[in-house]
Every structure is written in structure tokens, then in C-alpha cells.
Design a protein around this ligand. Sequence first.
Ligand code: TYD
Ligand code: MG
Length: 462
Amino acid sequence: MSKKAKTAYVCTLCGADYPRWGGQCSSCGEWNCIQEVRLAAVSDKHGQRAVGYAGGQSELKRLSDVDLLKAERVLTGIGELDRVLGGGIVSGSVVLIGGAPGAGKSTLLLQAIAHIAERGLAVLYVSGEESLQQIAERAHRLKLPVINIMMLAETSVQRICDVLDSIKTEAKAQIVVIDSIQVMHTQDAESAPGSVSQVRESASYLTQYAKKNQVSMFMVGHVTKDQSLAGPMTLSHIVDTQIILSSTDDARYRVLRADKNRFGSIGELGFFAMDSGGLKEVKNPSAMFLNRAEKLSSGSVVTVLWEGTRPLLVEIQALVTDCQYGNPRRLAVGFDQNRLAMLLAVLSRHGNIATAQDEIYANVVGGIKVSETSSDLAIVIGVVSSLKNKIIPHDMLFFGEIGLGGEIRPVANGYARLQDAAKHGFKTAVIPKGNAPKKAIDGLKVFPVSTLMDALDVLAEI
Ligand code: TYD
Ligand code: MG
């Protein structure tokens, strides 16, 4: 077997590769970040190459003749995690879980595999960061059932695969946790452990192993300040699913979301609370984000968002103040700044309320990022409430998209949103006419509106 090594040039920041060395990475624009990386060209004893997938034989096939893989799923027993994964762990899939140090990635995975192991499946936790004693202590403190969890302190991906091969016969490990991928290294790459190319090749090596042996893998990845995982594009195209665990403004809570999911939707959010007993599921996230002040002030208004497959009540706050000098500032936190500018223009033209001379700040409480348009109406109402110093009753909510003509457009899942509002004690809802419920909802008075003017009229009467 000839052992001819190939050479590639990889950007250490973003992971882009090039056929030859250059001073600047044309992908991320940084200078002096391209490094030579030697790739092993030969297969090792796991039948794998360091880079690239072990593709099958190339053979033409009709799409209709391709056997459908029955995606078998294993539930982790942690409902919020299963939800974000798209209904449990798909066997043979690789999930990257990212998050800042201290977010609770190790805790979440330890809890998940303990539940899985309790049901008799073989699981392996590979720790490259914490000692086995530390993990044992944590498991003990969280009172987790540990009897069936296999542990391994190792950072070489080849040795991890050797161990996995050796235990395959009696109790084949079906779920493997790699904590974390940043400390893993492969013998095939010559760059320093921890470098982007090492991380990428280790991830790719483990991914091939997982696919070939139908092992499901979780890889932990620490995110940097700009929320990228060891260089933005490097790992997300290798893995099947990428989920991020992040803190909300209230440090006690954690939000889990999928950035990429080959086996489910990415709109889904999972909510947890971190306390002395580890991460606990929050089954009723609306209550957690709607922890409002005792005494409400003007500018505060509630809307109901749609996150994945369920409604979520959130508070939006707006603050309008006189501009002392210079250009008035407009600041949107938690939603698109341009959307705020557009809504203010519509308010001026179709609501006859000019704000051009005012400074305007708008914030979605709780660190939630709003990407849908159903919060338009609540944002505008918040601005008007602050401008006119008019307090909105605590049991009133608004949702609806606002068009450039001042029309209020219906949004998806209107009925379910209203039901959730009623469940949380809301008494009045101002919503698009197109979302007016055909069947009355107990305890909820609905004001369907078709224009922004109509909505402002409802506001004037309270
Ligand atoms: P950890 O899972 O180690 O985070 P990561 O692996 O993402 O770096 O979580 C560590 C944090 O969680 C740490 O700040 C302490 C806190 N924590 C609790 O509050 N309660 C607990 O029961 C546990 C295990 C951790
Ligand atoms: Mg950790």
C-alpha cells in the first residue's frame, strides 16, 4: 500500500480549504490564517480515511430504487431535548451540541444518557476535559442511575474507535458522547491538537465511524464569542444535526435550539431551568418568559409567538424618549432593526403618529430572538403606549403582521395562539381579522382588526 499523503491548505479561522497557500482567506477575509495540512491518503484499520466520507461504490440508481432507511429513533427521556432533535435520536446520526462553557452541555448529555442507559441500551461517555472522578461526582450529586454508563477518558479518535470496536461484541455501545470535540485529535493530521483542522478531521473521522457502525454520537463543541463552533463552517456540514444550548437573560434558564437538522425541523426550541438538581425541563415556557413586573409601565405589551410547533407568550417593551441632540436613535433588541424602521414608517403614514423626532428602543424580554412577523402589531402598540404614556392592561395581548399599506395580516396558527393566551389568563386579544376564531374561546374577548387604525382605536378605548 503506498502511503502517499495529500496536502491541503486550510484556513484556521473559518475552515475553507485551498489547493495552494495564500496570504488571505478569500472566504473570511482574514490574513495569515492559511495553514498547510497533510491528509492521510490511506485507509486505516477502521477502513476509514482521515477526511471525507466513506461513500459506497459509485453506481447509478434511480431515486425510486433507493431503499428507504427506516429512521429508528431512541428517546432520551428528556422531552425538550427529544423535541429539538425532531423526536429522539436517530440511530447512526451525529449531533453537535454547542454552547458557551458552563451552559450545561455536559450536564444535559450526562442526564440524557443516564436515562437511556437505564432502559438497557449501551452508552459510552468519552471525556477529554473532565476527569472521570469529576463526572462521577456530578452524576452522584444529580442522583442519576449510573450503573450502565461506560466511561472512557481519551482524546485520540483512533483509540476511541478501537475501544468501541472491542466492546462491540457483548454490549455494543449505541450512544456515544464525545466531550468535547475540541480536545480530540487524530493521528492522521499533523497540525497541533486543538487547531481547526484537527477538530475538523477528528469530527469527520468519528462521523464516518458512527455512520458505518450505526452508532449515534453526540459531540460537544464550545462556541466562541461570536457563536461559531471552532470556526463557522467547519463542523456543521460534517454532522447531521447541530443544536445550541444558550443562556437566556435570566441566567437560571437555558434555551436549546437546532441550527441544522437533517432529521427534523429547526424551528423547535427546548427550555430548561438549571438548578442544584441539574437541568430541569420547563414544560410551560410561556410562564417563564412572562414573569412580568408587579406594576406595569407604559410601553410593555405581550404577544404570542410561534416557536416550532408551539405558542410562546413573550413581553415586548418599547421606550420612546425625546431626542436631545443629533439623529434620534432606533434600537431593536431581539428582532430586526429594519423591521422596526419599517413599522415606524407605517405608523407615521397609516396611523398618523409621527416618531421621526423621537429616540425609540424596543426589546424582546428574556433574550428571545423573534424571527416571525406576528409580533409587528405588538411592537407598534408598545411604541404608541410608551409615546402616549398609556399602560396596557396586563391581561391584554396583541399579535398580527403589519403590511406596508397599514393592513393587519393574519398569521399562522392563530387559534392555537389564542388558546394558549386564554390558558395563561389573558382576557383580551387584538388580532388580525383573518385570524378571528369561528368558535368563541372561554374567557377571552377577541377584537379582530383589519387595519392599524382599527387597532389604535381599540387602544384608545382602554
Ligand atoms: P456544565 O454541564 O459543566 O457546562 P458545559 O459542559 O456546557 O461547560 O455545567 C456547568 C454549570 O452548570 C456550572 O456553572 C454549574 C452549573 N450546574 C448547576 O447549577 N447545577 C447542577 O446540578 C450542575 C451539574 C451544574
Ligand atoms: Mg462540559
